[in-house]
Design a protein around this ligand. Structure first.
Ligand code: AMP
Length: 216
């Protein structure tokens, strides 16, 4: 399947995408991860993107489109993919259609993960990534055993540079002003499916499978 995950920062897009990837063989394509990797490696795109990311603003469409084009060219995406964090505005959505048509593919569904604002804040400020496995965890919500497993194996729980309160406010504003317009856009195309993103990872995952017509 070829799916887009829509939803505000902290809605659980990355967590649910990792789960679908592990259990249903779809590849998670996260423009945020691709950009963070470009920043770490100091590529020209990374150098251009860094200040925008630190401010919680969108990186320019041309940078993101080039990253996504390269990623979708890789053979592992042929079996299906989850676009996590892309598209983020109408221009990107309009560029995606022809891009997919060019490689003979089309979207099957766009999932909107719906979550209340105060829950988002807790999810974002508590979010950590295990340095060893890349697994997304949360100091407020993940089981103690999962957090300990990372540190006991010699890993550290890393907080993203842009997961601080000042930047989060801006990221939420950008979502409301630009990304939310994609909801009516994909509704018109008949692709949108709403999933309640509140509750445990397990509960949301069960709803997600149901919305996609997949068996757990
Ligand atoms: P994320 O990991 O999806 O929360 O993205 C982190 C940051 O990367 C965002 O706040 C943006 O600065 C940038 N970013 C990620 N995806 C996009 C996109 N599709 N368009 C523009 N900027 C993006």
């Amino acid at each position: 399947m070829r799916i887009v995950f829509l939803g505000p920062p902290g809605a659980g897009k990355g967590t649910q995408a990792q789960r679908l990837m592990a259990e249903h063989g779809m590849v998670q394509v996260s423009t945020g991860d691709l950009l963070r990797d470009a920043v770490r490696r100091g590529t020209p795109a990374g150098l251009r993107a860094k200040a925008r990311m630190d401010a919680g603003a969108l990186v320019s469409d041309d940078i993101v489109l080039e990253l996504i084009r390269d990623r979708l060219d890789a053979p592992d995406t042929r079996r299906g993919f989850i676009l996590d964090g892309f598209p983020r505005n109408v221009a990107q959505a309009e560029a995606l259609g022809p891009e997919l048509a060019g490689i003979g593919q089309a979207l099957d569904a766009v999932i909107l993960l719906d979550v209340d604002l105060d829950i988002l804040m807790k999810r974002i400020t508590g979010r950590r990534t295990c340095s060893l496995t890349g697994k997304l965890l949360n100091i407020h919500f993940s089981p103690r055993a999962e957090l300990d497993a990372c540190t006991r194996a010699g890993g550290t729980l890393i907080q993203r540079a842009d997961d601080n309160e000042a930047t989060i406010a801006n990221r939420l504003k950008v979502y409301r002003e630009q990304t939310e317009q994609l909801v009516p856009h994909y509704e018109r195309l008949g692709l949108l499916r709403r999933v309640d993103g509140e509750g445990s990872v397990e509960e949301v995952y069960a709803r997600l499978l149901d919305a996609l017509g997949l068996v757990g």
